[in-house]
Ligand binder design. Structure first.
Ligand code: ADP
Length: 259
């Protein structure tokens, strides 16, 4: 609590009492902590690749490294630059979402088309891990009015996660159903699942169950927070259900309106 007080005087100009105001600053305090934690996270995430780049570059400059090793070091540097670029790209997108600077171009799109376009882009990733996917789309599903690129990115993030956090030969199911005034897209995998204690925090920026593993897989830890913000900007909702060791199901719920 923040406490403010001021004496007040009566008609005879004597102090007649004291006004005390207790202000609950729990939310303010929480927000402040979140801000600090975010800055600490960004710094840390960028510091790691910078340290790697610096040390590899120094080694290359200082010693006689053969051509093969030189190439190896340069490719490490290249990879780390790519990682930094991904982090900065995601941070910029989040900042645009925070400040409502994202320009949405809403058009009527078919859910089936959206899903199939995303799967086409991920075909290589599926093949690489030897995973299978199945699609179930309810008949006569209404079209939705959304920013096609935005929603495509959300589905892409979520299906990519299903691929990343599911073992080789795993299975992923994507289905879409209608529920009154909503269209629901469900992405289900039989992968690693998320421990219960982490499920609440998984949509926070940079929160990851296993930082090392996420980094190895090229993740920035920002994908789900971006997805959540895009869906909320469409008055929708993302719901996660997961069982550690069994799998995860992410539901994207979008209202549909006729045009
Ligand atoms: P990342 O870039 O690390 O994948 P995300 O924001 O997309 O970042 O996801 C945050 C974390 O949530 C991941 O690091 C992972 O621990 C967990 N996660 C997301 N999707 C799944 C999934 N389908 N199965 C298991 N864990 C998942």
């Amino acid at each position: 609590y923040k406490v403010k007080y001021a004496p007040f005087k009566n008609e005879k100009n004597n102090i007649g009492g004291l006004i005390i105001v207790f202000q609950d600053i729990t939310d303010e305090h929480k927000l402040d902590n979140m801000r600090k934690e975010f800055v600490a996270n960004v710094s840390h995430e960028l510091k790691t690749p910078i340290t790697t780049i610096k040390s590899y570059a120094e080694t290359l400059m200082e010693s006689d490294v053969d051509e093969k090793l030189t190439h190896k070091f340069l490719s490490v540097i290249d990879n780390e630059c790519d990682r930094m670029a991904r982090i900065v790209r995601d941070l910029l997108q989040l900042s645009n979402l925070d400040y409502n600077k994202t320009k949405w171009q809403k058009t009527e799109v078919s859910v089936e088309r959206l899903i199939k376009d995303v799967l086409l882009k991920l075909d290589f990733a599926f093949k690489e891990k030897g995973q299978k996917y199945s699609i179930n789309i309810e008949e006569n599903l209404p079209n939705i009015v959304v920013d096609k690129d935005g929603i495509e990115q959300v589905i892409l993030n979520i299906v990519s996660n299903a691929i990343k956090y599911t073992q080789n030969q795993g299975e992923i199911n994507i289905k879409s159903i209608r529920d009154e005034y909503k269209v629901i897209i469900k992405v289900k995998d039989n992968g690693s699942g998320i421990p219960e204690e982490d499920q609440q925090r998984i949509f926070e920026r940079f929160y990851r169950v296993d930082k090392g593993r996420s980094r190895e897989l090229g993740g920035t830890g920002l994908g789900l927070s971006i997805a959540k913000q895009i869906i909320e900007a469409h008055n929708g909702e993302i719901v996660l259900k997961s069982k550690f060791g069994e799998g995860t199901e992410v539901s994207i719920i979008l209202p549909y309106t006729r045009v």
